[in-house]
Design a protein around this ligand. Structure first.
Ligand SMILES: Cc1cc2nc3c(=O)[nH]c(=O)nc-3n(C[C@H](O)[C@H](O)[C@H](O)COP(=O)(O)O)c2cc1C
Length: 154
């Protein structure tokens, strides 16, 4: 699927597993957003960054630099403090002019999808077409249940 790209950030690997599974299923490009030095950012500091809507320094794979050639972006990322993690917030803010249709796949311990949808809608000026939360314990146990709408995108 040439017109779709999966863009992900992952701190501990769960979102990466999901991003790669989605890209494989759709046969589309996948690009990572990096937060240099994120391993030194403590849990509560990362929570505060997310809660207070702070941006952070990010780097991206080449495909994520220019989104004009993609019709759809699927974001895969961890929920932080019931909202968007700061690397994905930072990415959305920096590329919002290029973002048309987008979907959200959040990974989490169990809650916060509503906050992510609200934050993304505020930043991008439109709600995601679809959104879903996948539990980290299932992902880490090898169970990645992709929602039906992902399968239908193919
Ligand atoms: C700073 C921080 C804040 C988190 N906040 C939440 C939260 O609000 N709700 C939740 O269910 N899980 C929360 N989690 C758990 C992660 O969202 C979850 O483990 C996720 O799958 C990790 O993805 P990753 O391995 O791709 O980084 C938090 C984790 C971190 C590190």
């Amino acid at each position: 699927m040439k017109n779709t790209i999966v863009i992900y950030y992952s701190r501990t690997g769960a979102s990466r597993i999901v991003a790669e599974a989605v890209a494989k299923k759709l046969g589309c490009r996948v690009a990572e957003v990096f937060y240099p030095g994120h391993e030194k950012v403590k849990y509560w500091e990362a929570c505060k960054q997310a809660m207070f809507k702070r941006v952070c320094e990010i780097e991206c794979d080449a495909d994520a630099q220019n989104l004009d050639s993609f019709e759809r972006v699927i974001f895969v990322f961890p929920i932080w403090a019931f909202t968007l993690c700061s690397p994905i917030r930072s990415f959305m803010l920096s590329r919002k002019a290029q973002l048309k249709n987008y979907e959200l796949i959040a990974t989490a311990g169990g809650s916060g999808l509503r906050g992510c949808v609200k934050a993304a809608t505020e930043i991008l000026g439109a709600a995601p077409k679809h959104s879903v939360m996948l539990r980290d314990e299932n992902i880490r146990a090898g169970k990645v249940d992709l929602p039906e709408w992902v399968l239908l995108l193919k």
